[in-house]
Write a protein that binds this ligand. Structure first.
Ligand code: GLC
Length: 428
């Protein structure tokens, strides 16, 4: 296997929480970023959006502040999605934001604003391109059912598209300062009519990237085993830490949406509750994962209230509870999670965090913690939570007697006013 180098993942597994931003022309129709595929829209029919793209309320500083307040430590921004439209001033195409009424290099402004808030920068770049004249029409392409498909494909040369992909990759990695993550999307080599590492020139692409920025993290969607710094499950939360084929734990990042669509979707109704969003963050970290939570700004350039209120829910929770997220991961296997709860653990401070997702009545038994915990407190207000060790000679009839080797936490009957309360346990 070739040596593809390794990115720096140390900051990443510490920071745990990032913001994904899907923004492009598809925010105008507002019915999913796959609209060109779903509605089989040709380049010509898609022009009406290009001609009118004008995000007059775009305020990247406000986005960056919302992300920082939510506790997010990095951003991954779409430089180009499958539609092919570039959100930056590329010299290799005219199909870019600077040529629309908008007239701005949106990537530049996003990068500057998020850096100013102290966030690291990741770039999402689509491997797929439904606009480029040399991207061969395949199973996912908007023209897949075009009667002249074969004929049209005769003039398309994937080598030319590949060159474009490599040129633009070099551009976005050299013109916008230090980039920490490059997030490619995606390969589909198994379908008859798909595309994979040969089409993208993945091997050469990785070498190019490492030559520009050796420690950058590259995701795992280039169809190149051994080349990804992180695994990227989407729209589902793994129950257990993600492992490679040999069973070794890997760095992973789940990417998730508030509503099921990545791009702005006006009529989408399946928005997750604030509680679900917070549970999701805890679930990822408790299984050694990062959470990359997506927002899809409107075509006028703001994050709508539905997304904003969920970011604010993160902000409220993270303000007091982020200690159970940053620097934390899965708890040692000897401590089984109590019902309706998730642990995270910080190996440096030796603190164990109990997230109580569903409030119980008065007690929780924590198995195998007998003799191992020195102190317990709520994280949100630093108030002590009383602990009981198992008695040497327990009375079987006593309700809630602490099981052997466990400790029992005495909890207030009324749930504290925190979406998901956290108990911080100082281990001996
Ligand atoms: C998918 C989709 C896409 C989205 C991405 C995020 O692969 O193609 O629209 O950008 O997932 O992970």
């Amino acid at each position: 296997m070739s040596d593809f180098g390794k990115g720096d993942t140390k900051w990443f597994t510490h920071d745990r929480f990032g913001m994904f931003i899907h923004w492009g022309l598809y925010s105008m129709p507002g019915r999913h970023e796959w609209i060109r595929n779903r509605e089989e829209i040709s380049n010509e029919d898609y022009e009406k959006y290009f001609e009118r793209f004008n995000p007059d309320l775009f305020d990247p500083k406000a986005w960056a502040r919302a992300a920082a307040d939510a506790g997010m430590k990095y951003v991954v921004f779409t430089t180009k999605h499958h539609e092919g439209f570039c959100m930056f001033d590329s010299k290799y195409t005219d199909y870019k934001s600077t040529n629309t009424p908008c007239g701005r290099d949106l990537l530049r402004e996003v990068v500057d604003a998020f850096r100013a808030e102290g966030l690291r920068i990741g770039l999402y770049h689509s491997l797929i391109d439904w606009h480029h004249p040399h991207f061969p029409i395949d199973i996912l392409h908007p023209l897949r059912n075009h009667p002249d498909r074969e004929k049209l494909n005769k003039t398309r040369d994937v080598a030319k598209y590949r060159q474009y992909l490599h040129n633009q990759t070099r551009e976005i990695l050299t013109n916008y300062g230090d980039i920490d993550i490059i997030w490619f999307d995606f390969s589909y080599p198994r379908a008859n009519d798909g595309k994979g590492h040969k089409d993208w020139g993945s091997e050469k692409l990785v070498k190019l990237i490492r030559s520009i920025r050796p420690s950058i993290m590259i995701n795992n969607r280039l169809d190149l085993p051994g080349a990804g710094d992180m695994v990227t499950p989407e729209q589902n939360t793994p129950d257990e830490p993600v492992r490679d084929e040999k069973g070794n734990p890997v760095v992973w990042e789940g990417c998730q949406t508030f509503s099921g669509s990545w791009g702005y979707h006006r009529d989408e109704l399946t928005w997750k509750s604030e509680k679900q969003c917070i549970d999701m963050l805890i679930n990822h970290v408790s299984r050694n994962g990062n959470l990359l939570m997506n927002v899809g700004p409107t075509s006028r350039g703001y994050i709508d209230d539905r997304a904003m209120s969920r970011l604010q829910a993160y902000a409220r929770w993270m303000k007091y509870n982020s200690r159970s997220i940053y620097g934390c991961g899965k708890a040692p296997g000897e401590f089984p999670e109590p019902r309706d709860s998730r642990y995270t653990y910080n190996p440096e401070t030796k603190r164990l965090y109990l997230h109580i997702m569903n409030w119980p009545f008065k007690h929780i038994h924590l198995h195998n913690l007998g003799g191992k915990a020195a102190y317990a407190q709520f994280l949100h207000d630093g108030s002590e939570v009383k602990m009981r060790e198992a008695e040497a000679d327990p009375q079987p009839s006593l309700d809630n007697a602490t099981p052997q080797k466990a400790v029992t936490l005495d909890l207030p009957v009324v749930k504290p006013d925190v979406e998901v309360p956290v108990v911080e346990l100082f281990l001996k």
